[in-house]
Design a binder for this molecule. Structure first.
Ligand code: KIV
Ligand code: ZN
Length: 446
């Protein structure tokens, strides 16, 4: 693997859980913690032990159940919080105490009501205390992106001196933009004394939809840890989405010479598990793991996909653990996909007859959102009865040929019970493609 390694710090179980409706019980947290381990995250922020007995128990339970990754517990910059976090992490093999204190004037004046000097001292003293309890201490200056940079550098220098090993720079309110955040990280790297002994981390919220872009800008300017969550859940508009950061680094390795230890084929199963536990549905068009991320309805796209997947997909669905791309029959679909689905259902048409099926299909698709198999079968029978049925023996022979040609899962050519969507596996080499050679190329897509 070329490039530099990026540490993936997953905070689904802490910041993610702070998102409305996403709270999880101990059992659910341990289940997800085990899945995060399979996914290969480097750090699991398991909770905020002072927040509740349940959070304390969850951090303890995850520390016991998931020995490989670093397990982090969050603490405010106060003795009680830090000691509670240390206690919850007592049996972790690789514990980390994550201390945070706001540094922006807005937070100092209105929320904490302390001076900059008090903030500086409290941050350093807290990190010093945490270091007496744990060798691995992360410090976060909350609201860093709205903090006077000179004061931020001072605080960072003080906590490094006090023993912080990771400096996390939170864009707590999702306010920054990529160029600005990149500059901030570069300035921290260049101007904070002792920074070379620590790892710089980015923690971005998504209020302007820029959390992933900001995280990537941070990496490009020297951050070597990113904090993120599965499905991008988190406070308000969420945190940077783990799956998007990881796949951006992987798919655009030509632009980003970095890599992670994430087993990317576990992304979709992890996302599904989180969706199941929280009962918060993922938006269909969510990048990487949304229901539509590998679905194609437009005829021109379907035609391209059936000829070569590279036309409309920049990564394979399998690379992120999605079983396969889907072609969806709707009013934008074209003859190529329609003829394929007809074949999957056991009917084959020459061009003129297919045109008639297509004409009827478009009328129907204009009226209803999803064309299901039973609609299509009805439509075929109304138009042609059983005259275009493929003899059963022939279907079997074609399946056998597909197997001999190395088809991965030829049964998917005739999936059962999936009405309006069907897999595109191995179909471009089928009989529909032969049809296609007789067709006018462009029309085939519509
Ligand atoms: O967004 C934030 O500032 C945080 C800190 C606790 C790291 O979540
Ligand atoms: Zn946060």
């Amino acid at each position: 693997m070329e490039g530099q390694r990026i540490t993936v710090f997953d905070t689904t179980l802490r910041d993610g859980e702070q998102s409305p409706g996403c709270s999880m019980n101990v059992h659910e947290k341990v289940r997800l913690g085990r899945q995060l381990d399979r996914l290969g995250v480097d750090v699991i922020e398991a909770g905020f032990p002072i927040a509740s007995d349940g959070d304390f128990a969850a951090v303890q339970a995850i520390a016991a159940a998931v020995p490989r990754p670093i397990i982090a517990g969050l603490a405010r910059a106060s003795r009680h919080d830090i000691e509670r976090a240390a206690k919850a992490l007592e049996f972790a093999i690789r514990p980390r105490i994550h201390v945070f204190l706001a540094t922006s004037d807005i937070h100092l004046q209105h929320k904490l009501r302390i001076s900059r000097q008090q903030c500086l001292e409290q941050a350093a003293n807290s990190v010093r205390l945490a270091r007496t309890l744990c060798d691995d201490v992360e410090f976060s200056p909350e609201d860093a992106t709205r903090t006077d940079p000179e004061f931020l550098f001072q605080v960072l220098a003080a906590v490094i001196e006090a023993g912080a090993t990771t400096l996390n720079i939170p864009d707590t309110v999702g306010y920054t933009v990529p160029a600005e955040f990149g500059d901030l990280i570069r300035n921290i790297r260049e101007r904070v004394p002792g920074i070379e002994k620590t790892t710089i981390s980015a923690h971005c919220h998504n209020d302007l939809g820029l959390a992933v872009a900001n995280s990537l800008a941070a990496i490009a300017n020297g951050a070597r840890q990113v904090e993120c969550t599965i499905n991008g859940i988190g406070e308000r508009a969420g945190n940077a989405s783990l799956e998007e950061i990881v796949m951006a680094l992987r798919v655009r390795a030509d632009k980003y010479a970095y890599y992670t230890a994430i087993a990317t084929e576990q992304l979709y199963p992890t996302s599904q598990m989180l969706e199941e536990i929280t009962e918060i549905p993922v938006q269909p068009n969510k990048a990487i793991i949304g229901r539509n991320a590998f679905a194609h309805e437009a005829g021109i796209h379907q035609d391209g996909m059936l000829k070569n997947r590279l036309t409309y997909e920049i990564m394979t669905p399998q690379s992120v653990g999605v079983p396969d791309s889907k072609l969806v029959l709707g009013k934008h679909s074209g003859r190529h996909a329609l003829s394929l689905r007809c074949e999957q259902l056991g009917y084959r048409f020459e061009r003129r007859d297919l045109d008639e099926v297509y004409r009827r299909f478009v009328v129907l698709a204009d009226e209803i959102k999803h064309v299901h198999d039973h609609h299509l079968l009805e439509l075929i029978r109304e138009a042609y009865g059983e005259t275009h049925r493929i003899p059963p023996g022939r279907v079997a022979a074609e399946l056998a040929e597909a197997v001999a040609a190395g088809a991965e899962e030829p049964r998917r050519m005739f999936p059962g019970g999936v009405p309006a969507e069907f897999s595109a596996v191995n179909l471009s080499s089928g009989a529909a493609a032969e049809h296609h050679s007789e067709q006018e190329d462009y029309l085939w897509g519509v």
